[in-house]
Design a protein around this ligand. Structure first.
Ligand code: BTN
Length: 262
């Protein structure tokens, strides 16, 4: 697997920093351990199977053997955490671009971190970062990407069967896609700060949440609104039924007509 992926990245700066494991609990957890031990930016961790794949908001990410891409990358951007609020958006965009270039499939993004195809969840992004308390700067960021690749209808766990989908590719097509993802992430890491505006414009075009009726869940409180745009730091601009506007930066946002929200 590793040699297959490397073959597609000749001369690439991250080519020798890719590590492959048949099984890990979570590539993000392992990448965080390596980052703490000083692993270099561009270290890529890939697992064939995750026993404890993690998603946003403490959720799990189903990661069966040979069915998907489960990858995490260590980044060390020289900036403050406030400058990196768009990292999850940028990584989602990079993943969409890689999928499009490799397979000709055009996924969308459900704000903020779900990759979607035909209004079903294709995968997701989980970013985690550490800040140096003395400098106030980012010490490391780990960007995790999970993509359902090979599942066929009926092969998802019952609890996500109705909301999940896969790329529907053969296992042999995943190494070139993994390589393309690595290249897209390296490209993203170089342009992350200088090209923030362009990245967020492209993200807005990919984001299927914009223009949709949504519900926002914060604790026990549910609010309804229309998503009207994405702001520069990745926040979701919304308009409430009374005409007032706001920016959502956290919490759970559901789109009417998706994932069982009627
Ligand atoms: C989500 O659905 O909220 C995000 C899912 C992110 C899953 C990926 S798989 C590789 C990396 N390792 C993890 O444990 N999670 C991310």
């Amino acid at each position: 697997m590793l040699s297959e992926i490397r073959k597609h990245l000749p001369g690439h700066p991250w080519q020798d920093k890719i590590q492959y494991f048949d099984t890990l609990d979570s590539t993000n957890t392992y990448a965080k351990q390596l980052a703490l031990q000083g692993a270099a930016a561009g270290t890529v961790i890939i697992a064939g199977h995750q026993t404890g794949g993690r998603g946003r908001l403490g959720r799990s990410f189903s990661s069966p053997a040979g069915m998907g891409i489960y990858m995490s990358v260590i980044l060390r951007p020289d900036c403050r955490p406030e400058e990196l609020m768009h990292l999850t958006c940028a990584a989602g965009l990079a993943a969409c671009n890689a999928i499009e270039e490799t397979l000709g499939i055009f996924p969308g993004i459900k704000w903020t971190n779900d990759l979607v195809l035909s209004r079903k969840k294709l995968g997701g992004i989980l970013t985690e970062l550490s800040v140096n308390p003395a400098s106030g700067k980012v010490e490391w960021a780990v960007v995790g990407i999970g993509i359902n690749c090979c599942q066929k209808a009926g092969q998802f766990p019952p609890e996500i069967q109705d909301i999940a989908c896969s790329l529907g590719i053969e296992p042999g097509q995943t190494p070139p896609l993994s390589a393309s993802l690595i290249a897209a992430l390296e490209n993203m890491s170089r342009n992350l700060l200088a090209e923030k505006n362009h990245i967020m414009e492209a993200f807005s075009r990919r984001c299927i949440t914009v223009g949709s009726e949504i519900s926002i869940l914060r604790g026990d409180e549910v609010q309804h609104a229309t998503a009207i745009g994405i702001e520069e730091n990745g926040g979701l601009l919304v308009q409430y039924p009374d005409g007032s506007k706001g920016v959502i930066t956290s919490g759970e946002v559901s789109i009417r007509g998706m994932y069982g929200y009627l």
